[in-house]
Design a protein around this ligand. Structure first.
Ligand SMILES: [Zn+2]
Length: 199
């Protein structure tokens, strides 16, 4: 027997989410059938609003409702430092520890020769343009994840940026190898920012 069409479609949609296989998707879809109307409407609406009202900041690449984003608009932030992260969610993580008060740049990925991801596939050229346009920037902190791809992206950025006289630093090794920024606890991140080293 086949699932009714709406259920089959819902299962298919859930399976497009990361980490959700057929089994979980099926369980979630059947759960949704039993949810009350309001919850289902709210859920659908939240999805739709996310897509319609969020965009990427044209300066830093962070997720925002308004372009430029709140951080880029905030002139009270330290304009001399840009912290480079892989994903918008890493910005939220850094903001949560309230230790960093400079600007951000979101790469939307990392270099990965194996997957064929080169500098032109991530948000690198906009970073370089930003540095060329703004001579206030004195330091770029590369906070890519402690994975081989994150490391080689950091080295790539260092080679690219250093000749312009801007200091390039990397988060300290408090982060364990292979660690994603988003899973680091606040104290570890705090120390990693504090103990950053030049690369
Ligand atoms: Zn921004």
């Amino acid at each position: 027997m086949q699932y009714p069409e709406p259920i089959a479609k819902l299962i298919e949609s859930f399976m497009k989410l990361p980490g959700i296989g057929n089994k979980t998707a099926t369980r979630l879809a059947f759960y949704a059938v039993d949810m009350n109307n309001q919850d289902v409407m709210d859920f659908a609406d939240a999805l739709k609003q996310t897509k319609e009202n969020l965009k990427y900041c044209s300066i830093c690449g962070n997720l925002t409702e308004e372009d430029p984003c709140e951080i880029c608009r905030d002139k009270s932030r330290d304009q001399s430092t840009i912290l480079v992260v892989e994903q918008p969610k890493d910005v939220m993580v850094m903001e949560k520890i309230q230790q960093y008060h400079g600007l951000y740049h979101v790469l939307h990925g990392v270099l990965s020769p194996i997957e064929g991801i080169g500098p032109e596939d991530i948000n690198v050229s906009s970073l370089i343009k930003r540095l060329q346009k703004n001579d206030e920037v004195k330091e770029v902190i590369v906070a890519t994840n402690a994975t081989p791809e994150g490391e080689s992206t950091a080295m790539y950025l260092s080679k690219l940026i250093r000749p312009s006289g801007i200091k390039v630093t990397r988060l300290a090794r408090g982060l364990s190898m292979g660690a994603d920024i988003e899973y680091a606890d606040e104290m570890t991140l705090f120390k990693a920012v504090e103990g950053r080293t030049e690369i």
